[in-house]
Design a protein around this ligand. Structure first.
Ligand code: SF4
Length: 233
């Protein structure tokens, strides 16, 4: 397990940001958040084409008093961007929610709909970027701009003890949201980094591409949550 320390003068969780860092606007962005012009334009175009879809920044799902936060990359076009709940309605949610139920971090039956009654237990799910990006690829500037909302999510979880970062971008943005240097804690599937009183667990993203190519197998994914479960017993 890698141990990392907080950078002096960096914005730690719950503290006001220092000069030069984005100001905290609120816990969640406005549904018409204009801060990333490319993503706002994509959102508007999708609203025009699919007016019944959610088509807005997707808020976290779950209990702010939970001890576990899962950080994904960004809403999928036909997943969270369509349904309004993280990882709901596309392939990635099938493996994620099945695994959360298996390890007691969710209860109910996942049916790929936000009204399926599924409840998270001691757990919350968010994304590094709140708006759907074209081709699932947010630009670095967009990741940096949206981080203020990830910072706010972290600050709103007083009992937070564990974070699972799904993929390298989520890992690096979470480290920066915690006020830590990414060089001290490189991403690797299965790695665990201690950051103050929070453990950061790395996993490859549970995307269809990663599972189809066997970059990530269900057993590899389960092993990450088994470690989290053991630590949050
Ligand atoms: S990605 Fe985040 S910062 Fe950018 S427009 Fe959406 S909500 Fe705003």
């Amino acid at each position: 397990m890698t141990t990392i320390s907080t950078i002096e003068n960096a914005p730690a969780r719950g503290r006001p940001p220092s000069a030069g860092t984005p100001a905290l606007l609120s816990t969640e962005p406005d549904r018409n958040c204009p801060l990333c012009p490319r993503l706002a334009a994509f959102r508007e175009a999708t609203r025009a084409r699919e007016p019944k879809w959610f088509n807005s920044p997707v808020p976290p799902f779950g209990d702010p008093d939970g001890r576990l936060l899962i950080v994904g990359l960004a809403p999928g076009l036909q997943g969270a961007n369509r349904t309004g709940r993280p990882f709901t309605g596309d392939f990635a949610g099938d493996l994620l929610y099945a695994t959360l139920i298996e390890y007691g971090f969710a209860k109910g039956v996942y049916q790929a709909r936000p009204d399926d009654g599924l409840a998270l237990v001691d757990c919350r799910i968010g994304n590094a970027v709140h708006c759907v990006p074209p081709q699932n690829k947010p630009l670095p500037a967009e990741i940096n701009t949206c981080r203020q909302f990830l910072v706010a999510t972290l600050a709103s979880m007083p009992k937070l003890r564990a974070i699972v970062a799904l993929g390298r971008i989520a890992h690096e943005s979470t480290l920066r949201a915690l006020g830590l240097r990414s060089a001290a804690a490189p991403f690797a599937h299965g790695a665990i980094h201690q950051a103050s009183n929070v453990k950061l667990y790395d996993s490859y993203h549970c995307s269809r591409y990663n599972t189809n190519t066997r970059v990530l197998t269900p057993d590899m994914f389960r092993s990450v949550f088994a470690k989290v479960r053991a630590d949050l017993c």
